[in-house]
Every structure is written in C-alpha cells, then in structure tokens.
Ligand binder design. Structure first.
Ligand code: ADP
Ligand code: GN1
Ligand code: MG
Length: 380
C-alpha cells in the first residue's frame, strides 16, 4: 500500500480507465492497489485536493459473484436502508454511480467495476488484529466489533420486501462445502490430495456434528434474518474513537445470526492471524471472544430467540471449521477462489483454522458458560 508508485503504474492501467466511467469529482492524484481482502481487486483513488477523501474502485470478482447487476441491486438497497437507520455523523458505505447512472460499469474486456466513496479510517496494520496492539486495545476493538455487527442485525431487521438476492447460493451451507470436499477428493484436480491425509481425517471426524445450525434452520427452530455473512474483522472500519462502519456488503442476504457471530469470532479471536506460520502460537483469545460476545449480545439480547443464543458458542466452532474447510477445498482445487500470495497459502490458512478449532474444542465449556451467563445476567 505504498504511495510512492504513481498513477501510471502499468498494472493499474485498467483501473485508471475504469475510473473514467464513474461520476468522480475532481482530479485524480494516484490510484493504487489497496487493502487485504481475499476476493476483489481493490484500488484506492486519491485526489489532488487534499480535503477530498477520494474513492475505492473495485474490479468485481465475477468467478465469486457472477451476477453483478443483482449483486449491486442488493448493495444499493442495503446501503440506502443503512443510511436511514444510522445515527447522523457516522459514515455508511456509499455507492458512486457510473456516468450512465448504473451502480457499476463494464470495461472493454467485459470486466465489471464499481466505485465507493472512500471512508477515512485508522489502518489496522494489514492484520486481522495487529499483534502490536496492547491487549486492552484488542478487546476494546472486539467489543466495538460486536456492537457494530449486532447493531447491523437490528438496522437490517426492518428491510422492506422483497428478500435480498442470494448472491452466493448455499454460501454458509456446510453440506455444500462438504459435498464439494468429497468431489474434490474424488477428482483431485490439482494432485494435492496425497499431501493432506491428516487434514482429510480432521474434516471427516467432525463432519456429522457440523450440520446442527442447518438442521435447526430447516426445522424452523431458529429464524432466518438479514445477516452480513462476512463478518471478518477487516470488514469493519475503525476511527480514533471506536468502530465507524461496516463494509463488504456483498453477502448481505438471508442467513442465521450463528453465521455472523461465528465468523467474527474465528477471525477476531484468533490470537495470531489467518496465515500464522507458527501453528503453536494459534489459540483462541478468550478475552476477545468475551468482549465481542458482550458487545454483540448487548445489542441483540432483546431481539434474539433463546435457540439462537444457545448456539452462539457452537457457531464459533462451526464457522472456524467451515472457513478452514473452504480454504482446504480451494487448496485441493488449485487456488482458484481466494487470493493467494504463495503456493500452499490456502493449506496454511486451513491448518491455522483447524488449530484454532482444536483450542475452541478444549475450551468449549468456558465459551458456552460465558454466553449463558451473558444471556442471563447484566451485560456490563
Ligand atoms: P474483499 O471482498 O476483497 O474483502 P472489500 O470490499 O472488503 O473486498 O474491500 C477490501 C478492503 O478495501 C477492505 O478490507 C478495506 O480495507 C478497503 N475498503 C473497502 N471499501 C472501503 C471504503 N469505502 N472506504 C475505505 N476503505 C475501504
Ligand atoms: C473472504 O472478502 P473477504 O476477504 O472480506 C470470504 C469470506 C471468508 C474470508 C476468509 C465472499 O472475505 O467468506 O471467510 O475471506 N468472502 C467471500 O478470510 O467468500
Ligand atoms: Mg472484505
């Protein structure tokens, strides 16, 4: 994310020409790759006028989101609704329309681009939770994250009909990922199966237990709500005084709160990072888990049903398993879904998640007891 390269950097040329399609005001100073998301190609557009916050320009990953018009229809609805439900003074993700009025533009090679207003924030240092932060800053941010993701559920709870499009069908359906796993083991397209017997056993040993949320949902025992579905820690922007705003709204669609809660824990309460090289360092940061849960339930205790609250600690294990499985599937598939920086990167990420899950399994009672106590007693 260095600013030393300039606007004519060769690899940025498609982005420079895409920027011309949008209703951008002012003169562009630089346009550089930005952020550490795993899905889209993201650029930050800085403007000559120092007071202008600039823009985020993204080439949408159409392998992951094949129907961009529907994706953007969701995002326009969701951001409009959030704006009406957000306290004045707090930022909300804002789509900048293309010059033809559509919320996306196409380039000459058929690529889809979109543009958002840049929201000024404090950089998290490129990590999910910087290891340089003192523990209190970590737990403070975790509490803020819990509050923001909890508030998001409340804000979206009165989104008028029709339901949002399902941008990735079966996104958090564990059966979809397990059946993909079985197909990949059978086909072994990248010839990597024989390298990972321990990981295959790890997935198989737990597969039967992981259908719980899916089963409860199908039986109507937990409600579908409008959920975020990608509650990774770097999908929250922070300001100096706390959490500012939730971004990455591509997967906002009907879901279970279990998925949001669990995905947030597997990312924020990992004591290291998603691709920590030393597996011995990977463990659950219990203080972060507790602060996130406190923030989340502080917002949602009055709204959630008992069956939803009762499965939050399980959801942390489920989503750690599911995201690990998705990384493993992508490794078996030859790294086609998540961005990778080196060979074996997805396998490393999967192993980190499996290690984290083992720690959660050891500390299961402590996690469950904490959530039960929060549900029953005063929150702070
Ligand atoms: P991905 O799906 O690839 O994760 P995101 O939409 O999360 O894509 O964007 C990638 C990164 O770009 C984010 O983690 C964040 O750092 C940055 N970002 C995205 N939108 C904005 C915005 N409107 N303002 C500031 N930073 C943003
Ligand atoms: C992706 O887009 P990003 O980087 O915020 C992924 C999540 C995974 C996460 C793992 C649309 O999130 O589901 O949990 O990577 N998003 C999509 O880090 O697949
Ligand atoms: Mg993201």
């Amino acid at each position: 994310m260095s600013d030393s390269k300039n606007v004519t950097e060769k690899s940025n040329i498609p982005a420079i020409s895409a920027a011309g399609h949008f209703s951008i005001s002012g003169l562009v100073k630089s346009l550089l790759p930005y952020g550490s998301g795993h899905i889209h190609e993201t650029f930050r557009v800085r403007m000559r006028a120092v007071s202008h916050p600039g823009y985020i320009l993204q080439r949408v990953n159409t392998r992951v989101f094949p129907d961009v018009p529907r994706l953007m229809e969701n995002i326009v609805r969701v951001t409009g609704h959030l704006r009406a439900r957000t306290r004045r003074g707090l930022p909300v993700l804002t789509v900048v329309p293309a010059r033809d009025g559509r919320p996306y533009a196409r380039d000459d090679s058929g690529g889809f681009w979109r543009c958002f207003r840049f929201i000024a924030h404090r950089e998290p240092g490129g990590r999910l939770r910087s290891r340089h932060l003192v523990p209190s800053a970590g737990t403070f941010r975790a509490g803020e994250a819990g509050r923001l993701f909890g508030r998001f559920i409340i804000q979206m709870s009165d989104l008028p009909a029709p339901p949002l499009h399902e941008t990735i069908p079966g996104f958090h359906d564990i059966e979809v990922h397990l059946s993909r796993f079985r197909d990949l083991l059978r086909g072994d397209p990248a010839g990597r199966r024989r390298e990972i017997p321990a990981e295959i056993d790890f997935i198989r040993a737990r597969a039967a237990a992981m259908g719980l949320i899916r089963d409860l949902g199908r039986a109507g025992r937990i409600p579908l709500r409008v959920t975020h579905n990608d509650t990774k820690f770097n999908n929250i922007l922070f300001g100096p005084g706390g959490g500012l705003c939730i971004i990455d709204l591509d997967t906002v669609m009907p879901g279970y709160v279990a998925y949001d809660f669990g995905d947030a824990i597997r990312s924020a309460a990992n004591s290291t990072s998603e691709d920590e090289p030393d597996l011995r360092r990977v463990q659950l940061d219990m203080a972060v888990f507790q602060e996130f849960a406190r923030g989340y339930l502080g917002q949602l205790r009055g709204l959630l049903q008992a069956g939803e609250i009762a499965h939050l600690a399980f959801a942390a294990r489920l989503m750690t398993y599911m995201v690990g499985l998705r990384f493993l599937n992508d490794h078996l598939d030859g790294d086609r879904y998540f961005k990778v920086e080196r060979p074996g990167h997805n396998l490393k990420r999967a192993r980190v998640h499996f290690r984290l899950l083992e720690d959660m399994e050891r500390r299961r009672a402590e996690m469950e007891d904490f959530v039960s106590a929060l549900a029953a007693g005063p929150i702070s």
